[in-house]
Design a protein around this ligand. Structure first.
Ligand code: FPP
Length: 222
């Protein structure tokens, strides 16, 4: 089986998962955060090098305040788990516009980034307060400020992170769109859509996606 070097996931369906069980939306996010832990650990075991997770978009600020607060709290709690991870294996980085995020979350992000910087396992890239158009605009500005020539290589150095492009982009819950995620980086990515809701997306579902990817022929336009 070919293991993709970089997998990116649009984690969708937490709300529907909760609704189907007669629970509050925040309970769906809580179970979704559990999937984040499970999938990160499993991806590391499988030898995936980079895992990018779309955790909060620049458009998500339009959600009710209570839901935003619950998501921010979950985020902090999950980051704490990575901080206290005894394996010291996973390196956490962020694709984030740092502008609107609460100070507490920003401090925690910086702490995790610093303390996990030397870890040698999977690189977990969390897209928090992320929007691809915003990322591209910020990169154009940086390019100008630095007086760099607008080449592909220079432009990519100005993105939030300069990771290899995702080989596989997964979206859960049956929706089939990119929702302002990695517009630049997805130029030659393979897409995988599954009806499984994110809180139910665990090892087997992840392996199914990789198997599907593994059977594909990639030509990169050649
Ligand atoms: C989409 O479900 C999910 C989100 C907007 C947030 C994703 C967040 C998590 C999985 C939990 C916290 C993240 C981390 C990294 C700890 P939705 O609410 O849009 O679901 P719906 O479309 O069914 O309403």
């Amino acid at each position: 089986m070919k293991i993709p070097k970089h997998i990116a996931i649009i984690m969708d369906g937490n709300g529907r998962w909760a609704k189907a069980k007669g629970l509050a939306r925040t309970e769906g996010h809580r179970e979704g955060a559990r999937s984040v832990e499970v999938i990160t650990k499993y991806a590391n075991e499988l030898g995936v090098k980079y895992l990018t997770l779309y955790a909060f978009s620049t458009e998500n600020w339009a959600r009710p305040k209570t839901e935003i607060l619950a998501l921010m709290t979950l985020l902090e709690e999950t980051l704490d788990k990575f901080l206290n991870n005894p394996d010291k294996d996973i390196k956490v980085i962020f694709s984030s516009s740092r502008k609107k995020l609460p100070k507490k979350v920003l401090t925690k992000m910086e702490q995790v980034e610093k303390e996990s910087a030397k870890n040698k396992g999977l690189i977990l890239n969390l897209a928090i307060n992320y929007g691809s158009r915003q990322e591209i605009l910020e990169a154009v500005l940086k390019l100008q400020e630095k007086g760099l020539k607008p080449t592909k290589a220079n432009f990519e150095k100005c993105l939030y992170n300069n990771l290899p492009d995702p080989d596989l982009i997964i979206r859960t819950s049956g929706e089939q769109r990119l929702s302002n995620f990695l517009l630049w980086q997805a130029a030659y990515s393979e897409f995988y859509f599954t009806k499984t809701l994110w809180p139910d997306f665990r090892e087997k579902a992840f392996l199914d996606a990789i198997k599907d990817f593994s059977a594909r022929q990639r030509r990169f336009g050649a």
